[in-house]
Design a binder for this molecule. Sequence first.
Ligand code: ACM
Length: 679
Amino acid sequence: MLCAIFTSVVEAQQSLNLMPLPEKVQAGNGRLVIDRTFSVSLAGHHEARLDRVVEIFLGQLRQQTGMPPIDMKVTDSASGTLVIQAAGGTKQVQELGEDESYKLDISDSGAKLKAPTTLGVMRGLETLLQLVRTSSDGFAVPAVSIEDSPRFSWRGLMIDAGRHFIPLDVLKRNLDGMAAVKLNVFHWHLSENQGFRIESKKFPKLQEMGSDGLYYTQNEVRDLIKYARERGIRVVPEFDMPGHSTAWFVGYPELASGPGPYQIERQWGVFDPAMDPTKEETYKFLDKFIGEMAGLFPDQFFHIGGDEVNGKEWDANPKIQSFMHVHGLKDNNDLQAYFNQRVQKIVAKHGKTMLGWDEILRPDLPKDIVIQSWRGPDSLAQAAKQGYRGLLSSGYYVDLMWSAERHYATEPQSGAAASLTPEEQKRILGGEACMWSEYVSPENVDSRIWPRTAAIAERLWSPQDVRDVNSMYQRMAVTSRWLDGLGLTHNSSYDPMLRRIAGTDNIAGLKALADVLEPVKDYTREETAPAPATSASPLNRVVDAVRPESATARQFTDAVNELVGGAAKPGVEARVRELLNRWRDNQVELQSQFEKSLLLKEVAPVSQSLSALGAAGLAALDYLDRSEPAPAAWVTAQLALVEQAKKAQAQLLIMVAPSVEKLVQASAGQPAPSSVPAK
Ligand code: ACM
């Protein structure tokens, strides 16, 4: 029976730790015990996909709660512990906008999951799994009633397999992560200057000459699509054209606008090679190729990229210049628009809807195409006003190493998009997190995607007014551990990487340092590289191991804000002092390791800076505790030191520097800034 209603949404959020947060949650009384007698009845519509969904669910439940002898099963009787009632099945090929809603009612005697479709069942089962708690007598889920449906119908994750090849097993575990946070589109970026990553039977030199042998066979692709479908995830392939396409030209230089020959690109950036939009042979090739891929990928949407064509090969080719003149194409944008129109007809001929990055937006394309915005919500709004559907990815680039908070604050219906008419707003389908892969390997890619992508998933699923950042962080930490259990390596790869860098099992000191560091943000890593990185550069530096967002630094910042604001709870100062002490003394512990490891040596100055910050913070606290203003000369010297510590070293940022600055300012009796600046 449902008796209590949470007094606030925040209370419900915090007690259940669900992510993404459901639309409506009501607490009940008691709990449903999960033990070996747990069984599932399928009472409603039944399709083969549903059996597989329940099998996956039971597998995860057994792993989480399994008590020997394990006996959780599907039962023929209508009185299973969990009764699943789907009103209908799903489409043969999962469609954009299929109903994903569900209702979940849990009481002390059983659970009922009702949904219009098998997709809704999947989403509800993920919620149920997130509710399982350990208890002294086993496991249980709290009595609760949930009604839930997504805010946006397109909630994606893009993984770039072009710049660095990402093996199939790594993709599969990331699909598990996506399903856990109710993401429903895997956007597979399959070709780049640095690699053509899929087998073509029609044009085998694409993969044979353009991939260094690192590509997916068509059987592997079918396998991945099946795996995704079982988890309610659509798979949208991207073949970037006419730019970002050097790898195509290694085997087929006749497609390009320059004289060739071409080699696989090894560096990062925007490069000159581009397809020749003026040759009929280009379109004949693309017709066959897109036809082949359209047969392999069942999804309705087909992504043609379209971004970042620098036009240099077009400018340098007299035949292309003369074509433009004859056809009245006044610049390279016109030429690319001509190319897009031709390609769109090919994509449509093969039964697909074209999707591309911002650059493809031109009023001459049919209105069914979809624009993916990497430039910002304003260009999304512009597309919507012109009648095009769009997705937001600007603000969701997880390779830029932003905080979860910053991604979480990125709202598809903001900026110019906030003032669209309701009709136009409907054209904003959702968004996608983007994992560009210049600096990721199978070892660290999960840590760049997770757990921050869970915050993006919540932005795209939950109601727009779900915005409590502290609650998000608290639930994201729980979600992160849940993702560990699914086999994601965002946490488990950290220690082995640090051990390898240090060349020793004793990494306590290195961890104390690494825990407060983050990689430089945005494209700074590119800009500050001592030598240009290439696709062969090993990703084994401290910058590759540290997390994109330091939880320790965030907690330290909160504690310092409490202290400086004069509202610190007991124990906060002791905790702050403990950390500062650790950082001050850590340098001594690490010194001998720096001398023994080349990979570690580059962070020696970072450790020295952190040590100085520790000492400065402690002294500042002493002044504050004595209510004695710190001497001006000391303050000036400390602030100079902090300024130095804020600068990137070894492409790393010390995330606690701004909070130490705050302590120093407070010790001088200076008014502190209202909060530590967001990173
Ligand atoms: C992009 O970031 N060029 C899509």
